[in-house]
Design a protein around this ligand. Structure first.
Ligand code: DC
Length: 225
């Protein structure tokens, strides 16, 4: 195993923004596991699968091949060789991913891919179950969170800047529903692992969070091996 960092936390806590920056600072490869679950969800949406039907989702994902590659240092996600990196960012895909990721067949399919990536390189991997299931022996685990209002406001600003019409209260409601699904599912629910460091970014800038995690990682790396 390489020197790996696990970052878990709820939707909109800033995991990917922070993980990308820490990756740059420390020369690690950033692995976004949410993108893999989103690709699975997109495949179901494309095929018109009823995502409340576990057996139908299982059948649909059986033949799908999800893989990742890197272009100019940015993770690209491929669904049966088609680059779907842009397509998976839609709200509908994120919400669907939160449903389909609760099924064991979907999780089993992605677990080995994620563990293989971490075996081959030093990675910073973000998701919901990285510290608890995917990389239980990671030398540094972070649980990154923020209040629902803070996460909702960040998402609202992001969408508004892109010119996408949106409603703040609706965004907060979606976030709460997604938290509840991700935290209460039977398999690999989102939770802070016993040895994870809690970072609440509600009152912190991106730079402050990046510096906090980079400092922790540098400290752990010295005593690692
Ligand atoms: O981080 P994200 O919004 O891209 O993730 C989309 C959904 O995928 C999330 O609501 C739950 C699921 N997911 C998961 O179950 N396990 C992971 N390691 C990452 C994401």
């Amino acid at each position: 195993m390489g020197f790996n960092i696990a970052i878990d936390g709820p939707a909109g806590a800033g995991k990917s923004t922070i993980a990308k920056r820490v990756a740059r600072e420390l020369g690690l490869i950033y692995v976004d596991t949410g993108a893999m679950y989103r690709a699975m969800a997109l495949a179901c949406l494309k095929k018109g699968v009823d995502v409340t039907d576990e057996k139908a989702v299982e059948d649909a994902v059986e033949k799908i091949v999800v893989s990742i590659s890197y272009k100019d240092g940015e993770q690209q996600i491929l669904l049966d060789q088609e680059n779907v990196t842009g397509l998976i960012r839609a709200e509908e895909v994120g919400n669907t991913a939160s449903r389909t990721s609760a099924y064991p067949a979907v999780r089993a399919k992605l677990l080995s891919l994620q563990q293989e990536l971490a075996r081959r390189a030093d990675v910073i991997m973000d998701g919901r179950d990285i510290g608890t299931c995917v990389l239980p022996d990671a030398p540094l685990k972070i649980y990154l969170t923020a209040s629902v209002e803070t996460r909702g406001m960040r998402r609202y600003q992001e969408l508004t800047e892109k010119g996408v019409p949106c409603d703040f209260r609706e965004i907060c409601r979606d976030i709460q529903e997604r938290d509840a699904r991700d935290m209460n599912r039977d398999i690999a629910p989102l939770r802070q692992d016993a040895d994870a460091v809690l970072v609440d970014s509600s009152e912190m800038t991106i730079q402050e969070v990046t510096d906090t995690i980079t400092a922790l990682a540098e400290e752990r790396r010295q005593s690692w091996k």
